[in-house]
Design a protein around this ligand. Structure first.
Ligand code: TYD
Ligand code: MG
Length: 475
């Protein structure tokens, strides 16, 4: 009797295999992630007993002079910045991001740039038909680029195509979730399929020295859909951030075996594709309303680059028993902490207010240096006093209420001066700083200093909103 391939239950989040279905994965604790996948029939007698005798490998020293990593500049300066100077041949890069954020657009531009530079680039599209890709290329003005295009989702066909002709320098697969391997019965997009496809493609790329770029979808909460596992398999993971309502797109490295992980690349989605933004600061603060309370400019750092962004806050009395706290582009725990410190150390009464905090432009601010700008925006909104239009702020707030200095202060100040700002509010005990001469420095030691400073600013007349409906009167 032939034994059927045993089915197994694979967690779509962490890849753990279970023999029985369960509501919760015992390995990672996620709910409803176990999916039945027909397993590969286990080879009889598999296990260590059958393992072949090993071969000793040559051991090397760390000091051995190795060639520096050869990188191929992509032709897109912002992408080069994020990857650490270009794409490394023989490496695998994963680009994640929400649908419609611009992954396919970026990769089409990348492929075309490679092809235009005389390199062989192949673009496998598993999601769109050739006509759709062509239409996009036309829109981007890239139709003439000698980029090889194929619409294929079968892994074996892709590998066979790659084996033919000249060795490609760049292979783009859009997206890894659409691929399927013959040998597996699981549906495309499941962990086993994605893992198998990624493994084969990476093996090909490493053996041939081709750069592999994979597109990965992300789930609602921003993780590469299902397979966290492929993040471990590739060399570089980039995430596309920003919301579709804005034209800014931020490419962030979250893992990079060949370069830094904290750099961002800033793009603008235009009618002719993604355009690089050389000076993001100018862009992020250009549309700021300077006379409204609750707006502060943060001098932040993204990797090695200072970036000025606007932090907006709205604090208003809440009609609800449990006031709302909402953030966009900011950490909600961090906001809760700042509010608690303002209440406990500066005596502000915010407990019964709704609080909204928004980082304009779609940037996600993560560094603690943003605390002071967020606090200033909150206090400014609460008091109804606009902050000076030409001031930047940065500094970390401690639970004690102290404002602490942060790294790279001089670079932040220099960027502020470069953009024509005239003052900076910074931590009180930051030691000597060589600030640009045009910049006036205001030092705050504690959140109470900050509150006192904002309280001294002229308040804006509250513009009353006229009621649309006349009140109903008796008689
Ligand atoms: P796309 O690259 O298809 O996103 P993804 O592959 O991440 O799903 O981007 C599609 C969006 O970008 C779509 O909403 C239209 C917009 N877009 C432009 O605004 N200008 C352009 O030149 C192109 C090609 C797309
Ligand atoms: Mg796409």
């Amino acid at each position: 009797m032939v034994k059927a391939a045993k089915s197994q239950f694979v967690c779509q989040n962490c890849g753990a295999v279970a023999a029985r279905w369960a509501g919760k994965c015992v390995a990672c604790g996620e709910w409803n992630t176990l999916i039945e996948e027909a397993g590969v029939a286990a080879a009889p007698g598999s296990g260590l007993a059958r393992a072949s005798k090993g071969r000793a490998v040559a051991l090397e020293t760390l000091t051995k002079s190795t060639d520096r990593i050869a990188r191929i500049p992509t032709g897109l300066a912002e992408l080069d910045r994020v990857t650490g100077g270009g794409i490394v041949p023989g490496s695998a890069l994963l680009i994640g991001g929400e649908p419609g954020i611009g992954k396919s657009t970026l990769l089409l531009q990348l492929g075309a740039a490679f092809a235009d530079a005389g390199r062989r680039a192949i673009y496998f599209s598993g999601e769109e038909a050739a006509a759709q890709v062509r239409l996009r290329a036309e829109r981007l003005g890239l139709s003439a680029a000698p980029l090889a295009l194929a619409c294929e989702t079968n892994l074996a066909n892709i590998l066979a195509t790659l084996a033919e002709g000249k060795r490609p320098d760049l292979v783009v697969v859009d997206s890894i979730q659409t691929l399927w391997a013959d040998g597996l019965e699981a549906a495309p997009g499941t962990v086993s399929q994605v893992r198998a496809a990624t493994q084969s493609l990476i093996r090909y790329a490493k053996a041939q020295g081709a750069a592999l770029v994979l597109v990965g979808h992300v789930t609602k909460d921003g993780q590469i859909a299902g397979p966290k596992v492929i993040e471990h398999m590739v060399d570089t993971v980039l995430y596309f951030e920003g919301d579709r309502g804005h034209q800014f797109r931020i490419l962030r490295a979250v893992k990079n075996r060949f370069g830094p992980t904290d750099e961002i690349g800033v793009f603008e989605m235009s009618d002719r594709g993604l355009r690089e933004v050389q000076n993001p600061s100018r862009l992020f603060i250009s549309s700021r309303e300077t006379d409204a309370p609750g707006s502060a400019i943060l001098a932040g750092m993204e990797g090695t680059r200072p970036v000025l962004t606007e932090v907006q806050a709205l604090v208003s009395p809440s009609p609800l028993g449990t006031p709302r706290r909402a953030v966009v582009g900011f950490d909600s725990n961090r906001l809760a902490m700042i509010l608690a410190v303002l209440e406990a150390r500066a005596g502000l009464r915010i407990g019964a207010h709704d609080v909204y905090l928004n980082v304009a432009g779609g940037l996600k601010v993560r560094e603690p240096a943003a605390d002071l700008a967020a606090a200033a925006a909150l206090v400014s909104s609460l008091h109804g006093a606009p902050l000076p239009a030409e001031a930047v702020l940065f500094g970390e707030i401690a639970l004690s209420g102290a404002v602490r200095p942060v790294g790279q202060s001089e670079q932040r100040l220099k960027e502020a001066a470069k953009l024509g700002l005239t003052s900076a509010v910074i931590a009180g005990n930051g030691g000597e700083l060589t600030a640009p001469r045009r910049l006036w420095l205001k030092r705050v030691e504690t959140v109470s200093d900050l509150v006192a400073w904002v309280a001294g600013l002229p308040r804006q007349e509250r513009t009353g909103v006229k009621p649309l409906l006349r009140p109903v009167t008796e008689g």
